[in-house]
Design a protein around this ligand. Sequence first.
Ligand SMILES: *[C@@H]1O[C@H](CO)[C@@H](O)[C@H](O)[C@H]1NC(C)=O
Length: 137
Amino acid sequence: MQASALIFGNALVTLLVLSCCTSVHSDDAVHVSIKNRLGSGKNLTLHCQSKDTDLGQQNVGDGSEFGWDFTVNVWGSTLFYCDIGWDEVQQYHFDSYSFQRDFARCQSQCSWLVSGEGIYGLNGQTGFWEFAYNWSS
Ligand SMILES: *[C@@H]1O[C@H](CO)[C@@H](O)[C@H](O)[C@H]1NC(C)=O
């Protein structure tokens, strides 16, 4: 009970701090990049968009990456989602940036690596690559 009250209290403080600072620093840019690490010269196709922005269909060669910059909105609802595909996977859907998930995890640089097993994301807080999406799920 006490622990959950504490967690809730912390979440509340985080929200307050967040609403303070996202509006003050709303021009802070976030960079998202998605790198093709499939190997064997395999191409990656990807199509990312948000509610307002369509980044178009992209072909990313083995070892190359596609990235873009944006500023988060003051409501904290910024979301970019992508459909990606390669030889063995078609139209795999994942969120490449979600403010709720990523404001602390990767403040200004959100990097993804696409591999044969799935997708790895860089956790900016720990500096570790984390296995985030498995193709079979
Ligand atoms: C990858 O895409 C490029 C550019 O469209 C194309 O020339 C190349 O043949 C493709 N490679 C493979 C392995 O499909």
